[in-house]
Design a protein around this ligand. Structure first.
Ligand SMILES: CC(C)(COP(=O)(O)OP(=O)(O)OC[C@H]1O[C@@H](n2cnc3c(N)ncnc32)[C@H](O)[C@@H]1OP(=O)(O)O)[C@@H](O)C(=O)NCCC(=O)NCCS
Length: 217
């Protein structure tokens, strides 16, 4: 979502967890041509500017989660992804350790993104609208894009899977383009990392491959 702007004034303790909007980098697969970050950055990521927060029309509030909201956010993410750990492009991420932005309506979390920064690229590691087709996903993407650009990122990207036709439609209608295909990457993640990934995904489509989508900022 944002570049690793070195702003010591924004540094905050790691214990703040998801309240901390700083990026968390992780090793990238050999097949991924993007620049590799220092793996140590997982333990001590660079500082970035905080989201500015704010309200959208319809009283949808977008901001980092508060400490009180973390248990519910973690529950929602774990339920949505079958585990707090997700696998993508040869890496694994514990969503509960990544910085996040939540969409809150009437005091209830109705959507969330988790993200990580690698150079000038912001990866949406997860995006969920817990109330679908009400504009929450769009609001989260637009918020993330605006914040990432404000922080100096030049691209926003995400990995999705071959069965996720809804997400492919969603992303492409919001300015993302297909930039990568890894045939068999989900099969490999299921074998090596996360056996609970189902063999059959949405629409009864065999769940096998990863696709990267990207939006220039
Ligand atoms: C992908 C995802 C985040 C989209 O979130 P969403 O909140 O449903 O997205 P939006 O409501 O903003 O937009 C979805 C569609 O609903 C439509 N919509 C929005 N508000 C609406 C309303 N009030 N009435 C009817 N339709 C509406 C939008 O126009 C959009 O259609 P379009 O793509 O043809 O323009 C959501 O489907 C999701 O959580 N999926 C599961 C997790 C996932 O697969 N994540 C992506 C891979 S990491």
């Amino acid at each position: 979502m944002m570049a690793a702007v070195d702003d010591p004034g924004m540094r905050r303790p790691v214990e703040e967890g998801l309240r901390d909007p700083r990026p968390v980098s992780a090793p990238r697969p050999v097949s991924d041509p993007r620049p590799v970050s220092d793996p140590q950055a997982v333990a001590d990521p660079p500082a970035v500017r905080e989201p500015s927060g704010g309200e959208l029309p319809g009283d949808l509030e977008l901001r980092p989660p508060t400490g009180d909201e973390l248990p519910e956010l973690h529950r929602l993410l774990t339920e949505a992804w079958g585990s707090p750990v997700v696998a993508a492009h040869g890496a694994t991420y514990d969503l509960t350790t990544l910085p996040a932005v939540v969409a809150v309506h009437s005091g209830r979390i109705c959507g969330a993104v988790t993200y990580r920064i690698d150079g000038a690229a912001c990866e949406l590691v997860s995006i969920n609208a817990f109330d679908g087709r009400r504009g929450v996903g769009t609001a989260l993407v637009e918020y993330a894009a605006a914040e990432a650009a404000r922080w100096g990122c030049t691209r926003l990207w995400c990995t999705t899977t071959n069965d996720n036709l809804d997400a492919l439609r969603f992303y492409q209608r919001r300015g993302f383009r297909l930039v990568g295909l890894r045939p068999g990457a989900v099969d490999e993640a299921r074998r090596a990392v996360k056996p609970q990934i189902p063999a059959v995904g949405a629409y009864g489509i065999p769940l096998r491959d990863e696709l990267d989508v990207e939006r220039p900022l």
